[in-house]
Structures are given as structure tokens and as C-alpha cells.
Write a protein that binds this ligand. Sequence first.
Ligand SMILES: [Fe+2]
Ligand SMILES: [Fe+2]
Length: 194
Amino acid sequence: MTDNHEASLALDRRAGWPAEMRRLLDKYPRPWTDRPDLGQLSRFWLGRHDMFRELNTAMLQASQALKAGTVPPEAFRTWFQPRIRFFLGELHGHHMIEDQHYFPVLMRIEADLARGFTVLEADHEAIHEGLATLQSASNDLLNALAGPPDRRRFAADAMSERLDGFLKSLVRHLDDEEDLIIPILLDRGENLLG
Ligand SMILES: [Fe+2]
Ligand SMILES: [Fe+2]
């Protein structure tokens, strides 16, 4: 993103899409799930997004509970370790499908909104960096679980902070991605994604 206008659409700066990009969204406003014309692929994809939001929130709450001392370290490990691994892997795979398959098709079909997909691709790069940060905070925390309580609390605090910041970026991205894509699929039919 080069000019100021594009910079204002960066993940940590924007609050939704500008008016000129909301034409289809105004025609097909939320909520969508009660609409009979919302297809199976759209429902599955929205469900994945909800899962990412919920899992990020649950991991944040668990890290806060560990920091507060209301969950034993070993119980935390058993719960947290498989979930963070699943979260990091699934989100990475989800972005690959969007970058390589969904975005190129949708960009071609709805050329007026192509700019939005450039913004979403830049989001993925920012989120990718966030995933690396989560991974290292998670390694630190899992290593600290068997250590002294102070070190454990410190690592749980760092993990909570990372998960909190990540959740804010992720929710912004998912909301805007849905606002861009679901109206296109309702307007054109989701068969275009194959
Ligand atoms: Fe995405
Ligand atoms: Fe997505």
C-alpha cells in the first residue's frame, strides 16, 4: 500500500470499508444466516470465522485464568497446547485458500472491489506476523509452566497480551472480509467459487 488513502485502510487503522466500497453491502446487509439464498459454502466459511473468533477468545480467557492462578498449570497445558497448535495451523491454511483461490476469482468477477482484496491480502501478511508472535509467546509459556510461579505468571501475562491484540486484528479482518465477500456471493451465487 503506497498512498495515504490505502494506508488508512491498513488493518490497525481502519474501521470498516469506506462508503464507495459498500454498495453491495448496503444491498445485502447483515445478518445473512437467516437468508434462504445464503449457500452452503458461505455458511461453512462463516462458521470457520466464528470458530476462529471463539477459539481466540477462549485461549485469551484461559491465559488470563492461568495468570490469576485459578487454573492449575498442568490442566492449562492439557487444554491449551492442542488448541493453540490447531488455531495456528488452521488459520494459516484458511488464509492460503483465500489468497490462492477465493480472492483471485472474486477480484476478477467484481473488479470495482478489487482494491478490497488487496487490503485483505495485506491483512493476511500482518496476521501472519502476528501468528509467529503467538507461536513464540506460546513456546515461552509452555516452557514456563513447570518453572517458578513468577515466571509462569509473567509468561501468562505476555500470552494474554498477545492474544488480546491478535483478537482485535483478527476480528477486524474477519468482519471486513465477510462484509466484502458475502454480498458478492449473494449477488452472483457462490458457484463461481467452484
Ligand atoms: Fe482472510
Ligand atoms: Fe477468512
